[in-house]
Design a protein around this ligand. Structure first.
Ligand code: UDP
Length: 330
């Protein structure tokens, strides 16, 4: 059957050998991995949103000293589209033995808590961390019991083996079509369509729980992924009554536009609503970046900024900046 590549069986040993020859580092190294299609969007607004989406990730990565890899190619002619993250993650693992965790994040997901950090120490003994709920996955077999739009994968042999098992359901064409019917049959609430990586992972977990389950952490203490429709309307209230750094309901870490395609190809929601809310999510995150420089968006729907007064406390040498440009002062 289909294979991601030649079997690598002793990765833990090889990786340890590599690491022992190189400078050790204190903090575990994390690589954020994301990407988008190699071809332009049909709609230029989509490409502009993808640009905002990568800026959002660059900002988050810089603020937290994480590395970032952006892919715009298909590494495999069978695992294309939403499956392309699998061959990419495999290749990045094998070529970056220094990286301890790879963190896949969809282009349709926006960091909305710029201060929150993933509690990586909590995941000792686990190799795959996703947002989700045990009972939704294992009891209800819900196809939205976990989300593969933002997940963290430890660089180790187990993860290579998981990718191998996972990938068998993804080759485009007949396998993906046939597997789609099996998945819709097996999973609660899944509409009929070709096999997707999220359903396939849930299927793997429920059919082979004893093989994979004990290394998978389903996280719901904060929004490693957060469903956008229940978040976007709260941004103004959050700005008024809360502050960043929580990552949970008090200030969601990630707002993921499930069912909205930035490129606007086959969205489940109205294109206008998707675009409007993605823009707002981006600006909400961007405000937390601009704050450092003493600016904020005039509103979450506006790309124009105004000055804020608060910031000069941190930068006393900038205390005259506002007076120097009175025309920009709000
Ligand atoms: N993706 C990619 N190349 C492609 C298609 C998708 O890198 O040709 C990535 C992109 O980051 C996207 C994710 O895979 O967000 C999931 O794909 P999906 O088709 O579900 O896109 P979404 O609905 O998230 O826009």
């Amino acid at each position: 059957y289909y294979s991601l590549g030649p079997k690598v069986a002793d990765w833990d040993v090889q990786m340890r050998a590599w690491r022992s020859l190189h400078e050790p580092h204190q903090e575990p190294r994390i690589l954020i991995v994301t990407g988008s299609s190699s071809t332009p969007c049909n709609n230029p607004v989509g490409d502009h949103l993808l640009l905002k989406s990568i800026k959002n990730k660059m900002d988050y990565a810089r603020l937290h000293d994480l590395q970032l890899y952006y892919s715009m190619v298909e590494l495999d002619n069978q695992l294309v589209g939403f499956w392309s993250k699998l061959p990419l993650l495999r290749k990045l693992m094998l070529t970056h033995p220094d990286i301890e965790f790879l963190w896949w994040i969809d282009s349709a997901a926006i960091f909305t808590d710029m201060a929150f950090e993933v509690p990586i120490g909590k995941y000792e003994g686990f190799n795959l961390i996703l947002h989700g709920w045990e009972h939704e996955v294992y009891e209800k077999k819900a196809w939205v019991g976990l989300n593969t739009g933002s997940f963290i994968l430890r660089n180790c042999q187990w993860s290579l083996d998981l990718l191998d098992a996972w990938a068998t359901m993804g080759p485009k064409g007949k396998v993906r079509q046939d597997m789609g019917s099996i998945l819709s049959e097996a999973l609660d609430g899944r509409p009929p369509f070709e096999a997707d990586d999220q359903s396939a992972l849930i299927y793997l977990l429920i059919t082979q729980r004893e093989v994979w389950g004990n290394k998978v952490f389903l996280e719901n203490a904060y929004y490693l992924h957060g469903y956008w429709a229940s978040i976007v309307e709260r941004y103004e209230d959050l700005m008024r009554f809360s502050n960043n750094g929580y990552g949970d309901d008090r200030w969601p870490f990630v707002t993921h536009f499930v069912g909205c395609e930035p490129c606007g190809n086959h969205a489940d929601y109205s294109k206008q609503r998707c675009l409007r809310e993605m823009e707002r999510a981006f600006n909400f995150g961007d405000n937390q970046v601009l704050e450092i420089y003493g600016f904020t968006h005039e509103s979450l729907s506006s790309s124009t900024v105004k000055r804020t007064e608060r910031h000069s406390a941190h930068y006393p040498w900038l205390s005259n900046d506002n007076q120097m440009h009175p025309n920009l002062t709000s």
